[in-house]
Write a protein that binds this ligand. Structure first.
Ligand code: ADP
Length: 165
């Protein structure tokens, strides 16, 4: 049987424990998960894309079934390139659902062979998002309880650059 490959697209600015939980759970459904960091030139990021990529690679360094890559352009084109027919998205709230419903239906029109698979956020992560983590970091607070250890360490050591490079 062909390998079942899924793409988990997002900004991951930075990766949080909520993202990590979704990726880990999706491993039971797919042979390989490609975490795709989407680069949108109109969006402002707090952390450089290379840093975000390093954090994801480090978080999953012991799992060869999880890969990370960056892409610009349409998510469905990235899926085609990766030979993937599945997009994973996490759902936290009904607002997430309304947004994802539109994106998922448009993606299906653009690439009929794609299916979007939604995983419900675990209750302990349903209020967590990268933007809250960025606010805490920008204001000098401690975000370590919301992010993988490697992210917390880099931030604590101040070893990251701001902005997108
Ligand atoms: P985007 O800019 O595409 O929303 P994010 O990095 O914010 O990128 O999110 C990527 C994916 O992870 C989205 O499907 C989002 O719903 C999901 N996600 C983000 N935070 C959580 C969380 N705490 N629990 C479950 N899913 C989450």
């Amino acid at each position: 049987m062909a390998e079942r490959i899924a793409v988990f697209p997002g900004s991951f600015d930075p990766i949080t424990l909520g993202h990590e939980a979704i990726i880990t759970r999706a491993l039971t459904l797919f042979d390989k998960i490609i975490v795709g960091i989407g680069i949108n030139i109109e969006k402002k990021y707090l952390f450089p894309v290379q840093q975000r990529k390093i954090w994801i690679a480090e978080t999953f360094k012991n799992n060869p079934r999880i890969e990370v890559d960056t892409y610009s352009g349409l998510t469905v084109d990235f899926c085609r390139k990766c030979d993937s027919h599945f997009i994973i998205r996490g759902l936290r709230t009904s607002a997430d659902f309304e947004f994802e419903r539109i994106v998922g239906q448009v993606n299906k029109k653009l690439y009929p062979d794609i299916e979007t698979i939604f995983l419900l956020a675990a209750p302990e992560f349903s209020s967590l998002n990268s933007s809250i983590v960025r606010d805490i970091v920008i204001n000098g607070g401690d975000a370590s309880m919301f992010v993988p250890k490697c992210v917390a360490e880099t931030i604590q050591e101040g070893q990251y650059e701001n902005g997108d490079k």
